[in-house]
Design a protein around this ligand. Structure first.
Ligand code: GRF
Length: 216
C-alpha cells in the first residue's frame, strides 16, 4: 500500500502533531509526514517537527490581513510543491478559505475538542462544562466551507465530571484526540473513507467508532 503524503498545519504546541509523528514512527500509522506548516514562527510544533527531521515551514500571515484567499493560495503552492495528498489541521488557528478547500476536496481533516455538532468554535471545553453537558469528547471531520461543519469521521466520548475545570476536561479530551486523529488518518490511508452527503461510511462496512465509545 502506498503511504499518503501528509501535511500537518499548526499554530501552537503541537501535541496532536506529536501523536501523529509517534504513531508513524511506531508503525501504527502508515503515512509519510511531508511537511509541517505553521502560521506562527514560534509555534512549538515546528520544533517538534525539526527534532524528527521533518520539514518545518513558517508561512507568515504578515501582509495578508483581509486577504485570506491570497494566504491560502500561498499554502496551496507550498503543499503542491511537496506533493501533499492529505492535509491535517491540528490546532491551526486560521479560518481556511475555499481556495484551499477546492484545491484539496475531501482531503482536509480537522480535529475538534467537542462532540460536533455541539459546541463548534473556540473554548469549547469550557462551553461544555458551562452548559452542563454530561459527556463531551472530540471529533475528527472532513473540512468543508463552514466552521466545524464537515462530515464526521470518528468521535470519542468522555464524561464531564462535576468537579471538572476547563483544564481537566481538556486534558481528558486531548488523550482521546491523540488516538482518534491517527486512527482517522489510517482509515484515509487505507482508502476506507467514503463520503456520502454528510455521512462518512467505512468502505468495509465496519463501525469506526465502537472502540472509542466512553473513555473515563
Ligand atoms: C486541540 O485541542 C485540537 O482539538 C484543537 O486545537 C488543539 C490543538 O492542540 N483544534 P495541539 O496543538 O495539538 O496540542
Amino acid at each position: 500500500m502506498k503511504k499518503p503524503k501528509l501535511a500537518v498545519l499548526v499554530s501552537g504546541r503541537g501535541s496532536n502533531l506529536q501523536a501523529i509523528i509517534d504513531n508513524i514512527e511506531k508503525g501504527t500509522l502508515s503515512a509519510e509526514l511531508a511537511v509541517v506548516i505553521s502560521d506562527q514562527a514560534d509555534a512549538y510544533a515546528l520544533e517538534r517537527a525539526r527534532k524528527h527531521n521533518i520539514p518545518a515551514v513558517h508561512v507568515s500571515a504578515k501582509g495578508f490581513k483581509g486577504k485570506r484567499d491570497d494566504y491560502d493560495a500561498l499554502l496551496v503552492k507550498e503543499l503542491r510543491k511537496r506533493n501533499v495528498e492529505l492535509i491535517c489541521l491540528a490546532g491551526f488557528m486560521r479560518i481556511i478559505t475555499p481556495t484551499l478547500i477546492k484545491a484539496f476536496p475531501n482531503r482536509i481533516l480537522n480535529i475538534h475538542p467537542s462532540l460536533l455538532p455541539a459546541f463548534p468554535g473556540l473554548h469549547v471545553q469550557k462551553k461544555a462544562i458551562d452548559h452542563g453537558a454530561k459527556f463531551s469528547g472530540c471529533t475528527v471531520h472532513f473540512v468543508d466551507e463552514g466552521m466545524d461543519t464537515g462530515p464526521i469521521i470518528i468521535q470519542a466520548v468522555v464524561p464531564v465530571l462535576d468537579n471538572d475545570t476547563e483544564d481537566s476536561l481538556s486534558e481528558r479530551i486531548l488523550k482521546q484526540e491523540h488516538k482518534i486523529y491517527s486512527r482517522a488518518i489510517q482509515l484515509f490511508a487505507e482508502g476506507k473513507l467514503k463520503v456520502e452527503g454528510r455521512r462518512v461510511i467505512l468502505a468495509d462496512g465496519k463501525q469506526s467508532t465502537d472502540e472509542f465509545l466512553i473513555n473515563p
